[in-house]
Design a protein around this ligand. Structure first.
Ligand code: GLC
Length: 741
């Protein structure tokens, strides 16, 4: 565990997050006094200026508008924030123009997509989620914030907290997977990391919970596509991580591009005003996604830019990212009485609150220190390596082929991702430079020195159909004692709008694995991916499969640590790996249906050509140790609103190595006013067990853990029988039951 993780782990053990969004602290009261004094001096045009976000060109994340007048706009106070500008000097210069020239000297807020590090690149967020290590995940966000805030960035468009059950969707890699409970805890960890636990730590920047809401439920897994769901499903599954982020004090939210049941999120008053700003009493501001205000026209929800601006600001979207609709139409809409000036005032107040909270009025250049010693420091790289190791999921390990001995005489390293700095760094890596990336091949060489002979052959490309490299690859395999095959997706197969209809390995990789296995040598596959892939066609031909996601700057060293046993893998899947693409969406917390599948029983739900279950379920992951569960016990068979019960289980490490296990607690509500999932994750503990050691692990359950959005749209627990399952994945079978009175 890196030093930073250790410190944060201690913080986790000792402190609970200061919930905000309700009680206004003395500090906030002082901030609001300053905000209101400033507002009182501002004209309507000045206030509208704060609601406008423009873009720079150091990243391309949307359709660029004409910003040739940007300097004049900044000096005139016609823009409140700029995104996609990289470099402290450029940002300082623009900030100086705003502070010294604009009517009220209001600092600009500079935003960037810092999802997996700023210059030190961590595993993709989905990979980090596979660690189930909240302190380590917070540590990555902390480092990202420290590096970004050193170079002018005061606001990151992260964490992405969208629940994703459909692996065809390109953005699965940006979030924390399919489960609301795990996703909520990870959302809090990331908000705490970016915001320095409510700005109590240095290098804190504003976080942004996105995309609000439910874009992971796009029909057919196609980004931006229609979302249609009941309000109970929206609240029960998709809004939970957002609520957790809001309660953790996340200062900003970003609307999603998609509609929800006919109403685009950007103009969705239920989401933005009723729930977020109303029920949750959240004090921050909502930014649209890139151009999503103007896109109301394409949605067929607004007839023109004027109506798009009217509908969005009335529904609670505070800042217009790069559609210019607010800039062009809000003044007129207020004069026409179509937008109440109090809404402009409220939006501007929220934005100014965040700028004051960040300290920008006290020191507009606080984020421009540009200390060259900050980024890619040894400590930051050590955390990146530790985080990557913890993210890996051992999916298969036939005959305990892994870990390999460093004295293995000859190792063949084959595949298009073995010596590849580029693809593992493509998705949302901000200013992460591939020149710093440790490849798999380099990592193995670093670990082995000259103790073993490595023979490397690329074999094939990631997506192309050229077999010309096969013969040399197969020859290398024949010479070797073991083959390490680095296979997977190209980096640009995951991320925004990178959706797939087929989740198998692209190109000739499956054929290459097949022929490598045909040499009779054991094949160990390192799987590079940003989403669940379909492995079933070759899985049985591989001796071992280690899912390494897109592991970031230190990926190669981290893989070597695990391959040679310096680190015992402990990752667990935060998302189901389907048996076939046709199964998708497939997820563990599904409903029973009236005809749940039973082997051999006709007329129970099934496919003709595929099992119902995924190849690897949520929560699954192997270790070099093996863990046994026994003695599941409840402290009581009954529970009521005022009591709690303890669930305990004995976990034993039956292996020869010390190892970590994520002990998972699931609950099933057998009968509800709405049908209920067959399992729901309600707790987990990641524990270290020495070889041969047995430990008792306990969880506490109370009725609040059993609450859900009922048929009457109330959030409460309903009396009745519940089952409890505990194990090392969502396939846990050890069960007990109790009754909630
Ligand atoms: C993009 C993405 C969003 C990102 C924003 C700014 O369209 O949807 O996640 O934060 O634009 O780059």
């Amino acid at each position: 565990m890196s030093k930073l993780s250790q410190l944060l782990f201690l913080g986790y053990a000792l402190a609970s997050n200061a919930a905000t969004g309700g009680v206004t602290s003395a500090e906030d009261n002082r901030i609001y006094q300053r905000v209101d004094a400033l507002l009182a001096r501002m004209s309507l045009e000045d206030k509208i200026g704060q609601l406008v976000q423009q873009a720079g060109t150091d990243a391309s994340t949307g359709v660029l508008q004409d910003y040739s007048n940007q300097i004049e706009d900044v000096k005139a106070g016609r823009v409140g924030s700029i995104l996609n500008i990289a470099g402290a000097d450029k940002i300082r210069a623009l900030q100086q123009l705003a502070v010294e020239n604009s009517p009220h000297h209001i600092p600009l807020l500079f935003g960037y997509d810092v999802l997996r590090g700023y210059r030190t690149t961590f595993p993709v967020p989905l990979g980090e989620a596979a660690s189930w290590d909240l302190a380590a995940i917070e540590g990555s966000a902390r480092i990202a914030a420290v590096e970004a805030s050193n170079e002018g960035i005061g606001w990151t468009f992260a964490p992405m907290v969208d629940i994703a059950r459909d692996a065809r969707w390109g953005r699965v890699m940006e979030g924390a997977g399919e489960d609301p409970y795990l996703g909520s805890l990870i959302a809090v960890a990331r908000v705490n990391g970016f915001q320095g636990r409510n700005f109590t730590q240095s290098g804190a920047i504003a976080a942004c919970a996105k995309h609000f809401a439910a874009d992971g439920a796009a029909v057919a897994g196609r980004d931006y596509n229609t979302v249609d769901m009941s309000e109970t499903e929206l609240r029960e599954i998709y809004l939970r991580p957002f609520k957790a982020a809001a309660e953790a004090g996340c200062l900003t939210f970003m609307n999603a591009f998609n509609e929800i049941s006919g109403v685009p999120s950007t103009a969705n008053g239920l989401l933005n005003r009723t729930i977020l700003k109303g029920e949750w009493n959240w004090p921050g501001f909502i930014v649209s996604d890139w151009g999503s205000v103007g896109q109301l026209i394409a949605h067929g929800f607004a007839k023109d830019g004027e109506q798009a601006a009217e509908l969005s600001v009335n529904a609670g979207c505070d800042m217009d990212m790069c559609s210019n609709a607010y800039r062009d139409h809000l003044g007129k809409l207020v004069k026409q009485g179509r937008v109440d000036p109090s809404l402009i005032e409220d939006a501007c107040r929220r934005i100014l609150y965040v700028k004051f909270k960040l300290g920008l009025f006290d020191d507009p250049y606080k984020f421009c220190k540009n200390d060259p010693a900050i980024s890619l420091s040894a400590e930051h790289r050590a955390h990146a390596r530790d985080m990557a190791r913890k993210s890996f999921v051992l999916l298969q390990n036939e005959g305990q082929i892994l870990p390999l001995s460093k004295k293995t005489p000859t190792i063949a390293v084959i595949g298009p991702l073995a010596d590849n700095r580029f693809d593992p760094m493509v998705s949302w890596s901000a200013l992460g430079d591939q020149k710093h990336t440790i490849t798999l091949l380099q990592g193995l060489r670093n670990a082995l020195g000259d103790t073993a002979r490595i023979v490397y052959e690329k074999g094939c490309d990631i997506t192309e159909g050229d077999r010309s490299g096969f013969s040399r690859a197969l020859e290398a395999a024949r010479e070797a004692d073991v083959v390490i095959a680095a296979m997977g997706e190209p980096g640009d197969y995951t991320g925004e709008n990178r959706n797939r209809t087929e989740l198998r390995l692209p190109g000739l990789q499956e054929q290459l694995i097949d022929e490598l296995a045909g040499t009779g040598k054991p094949v160990v596959v390192m799987l590079y991916c940003g989403r669940p892939l379909v492995l079933s066609s070759w899985q049985k031909k591989a001796s071992a499969i280690l899912c390494v996601w897109q592991p970031g700057t230190e990926g190669g060293n981290a893989i070597a640590d695990v391959v040679f046993g310096d680190m015992n893998p402990s990752g667990k899947l935060p998302v189901s790996f389907p048996y076939a693409t046709g199964q998708v969406p497939v997820y563990y917390n599904h409903k029973s249906t009236g005809k749940p599948y039973q082997l051999g029983v006709p007329w129970t739900t099934r496919y003709l050509d595929c099992p119902n279950d995924p190849l690897y379920p949520f929560g699954y992951g192997l270790s070099y140790s093996s863990f046994a569960y026994a003695g599941l016990a409840l402290s009581s068979r009954t529970l009521d609103a005022s009591s709690s019960l303890t669930v305990s289980v004995e976990v034993s490490n039956k292996g020869l190595r010390d190892g970590e296990e994520v002990v998972q607690l699931y609950v099933r509500d057998l009968v509800g006013s709405l049908t209920r999932p067959v399992k729901e994750l309600k707790g987990f503990k990641k524990i270290m067990l020495k070889a041969g050691e047995t430990a008792k692990v306990s969880f506490t359950l109370s009725s609040t853990d059993l609450a859900y959005w009922t048929r009457s749209l109330e959030y409460k627990a309903e009396p009745g029988e519940f089952k409890v399952f505990v194990g090392g994945s969502s396939a846990a079978t050890l069960e007990q039951s109790f009754v909630l009175n």
